[in-house]
Design a protein around this ligand. Structure first.
Ligand SMILES: C[S@@+](CC[C@H](N)C(=O)[O-])C[C@H]1O[C@@H](n2cnc3c(N)ncnc32)[C@H](O)[C@@H]1O
Length: 269
């Protein structure tokens, strides 16, 4: 991900918000809840949770995201911290067993050690606490590893392949729903609900926003000299416009599998 583009990300994250509203309806916040938002990004959702919850901590590995959140989504009961999900309990030992609910929206496919991330989330929850997660599954037309997905096209592109020699696609979306369920159970969770959502043509994206959206996602950009980045983004955008399916309204959407997991930390350890 290109997390340096925090302001642009905040403007183009309509897809993340729409999928959260559509696929995580069971995430109900109570007035006495202490909530942890893992990979809170620009803080938009953490701020919203703070409307009802007693307190919210949002954290993210990107300092640009956290700086943006601290400046743009201020609320007395919402705080933002810089941390990696894999080591957050070491840095903030008082988070251990402290939260009623943990939420993480479109984050854990950026973390190679999925079991380690689940273990951290488990550590942060109170006994009986619950987590709600949205993670990309094996199909992802923009970031995935398939021959018919964008990274394959970019890696083999005549103009860009030389520049991208050292690029590694650090998008870890190969685990299926069943793999995720097993990993959650292996760290002590009881899975309440797990579902794999196939591409949804309702979740269309504005064709004029595709380029900005790609700019926030494609880590390739740091491998390219500054003067080529715009042209590179144009090529990637054209590929999306040609390859994204189109719905009945004539709008584009993209092929993505989204895994929703709702799990509970059992009361007995
Ligand atoms: C697609 S954004 C989602 C942000 C936010 N949850 C939302 O719904 O808009 C993914 C976020 O995960 C963060 N992230 C990636 N790896 C992380 C890690 N190991 N620990 C914490 N945050 C991480 C990125 O910096 C980025 O802000």
């Amino acid at each position: 991900m290109n997390s340096k583009e925090a302001a642009l990300y905040s403007k183009t994250r309509g897809f993340q918000v729409a999928t959260y509203r559509l696929y995580v309806p069971d995430f109900e916040i109570k007035a006495d809840d202490k909530i942890l938002d893992v990979g809170c990004g620009t803080g938009d959702l953490a701020y919203e949770f703070g409307d009802v919850a007693q307190s919210v901590i949002g954290f993210d590995i990107s300092k640009e995201m956290i700086n943006f959140a601290r400046h743009s989504y201020k609320r007395p009961n919402v705080t933002y911290e810089l941390a990696d999900v894999l080591s957050c309990v070491d840095i903030f030992p008082d988070w251990k067993g402290a939260f009623d609910k943990v939420v993480s929206i479109h984050v854990l496919h950026w973390v190679k050690d999925r079991k380690g991330a689940f273990q951290s989330i488990h550590d942060c929850l109170k006994p009986g606490g619950e987590c709600f997660l949205l993670i990309s599954g094996p199909m992802n037309q923009i970031m995935g590893h398939g021959d018919d997905e964008l990274p394959h096209y970019l890696k083999n592109h005549d103009k860009w392949k030389e520049h991208l020699k050292g690029y590694e696609n650090k998008f870890y979306n190969r685990l299926t729903l069943e793999d995720n369920v097993k990993l959650l159970e292996s760290v002590g969770f009881e899975v309440v609900k797990g579902h794999s959502y196939k591409p949804c043509d309702e979740l269309d994206i504005d064709k004029d926003q595709i380029k900005d959206y790609l700019q926030t996602l494609l880590g390739h950009l740091s491998y390219l000299p500054e003067q080529y980045r715009d042209k590179f983004l144009d090529d990637a955008t054209d590929w999306c416009k040609q390859n994204f399916p189109v719905n009945q309204r004539g709008n584009a959407y993209f092929k993505i599998e989204i895994i929703m997991l709702h799990a509970k930390k059992t009361k007995k350890e």
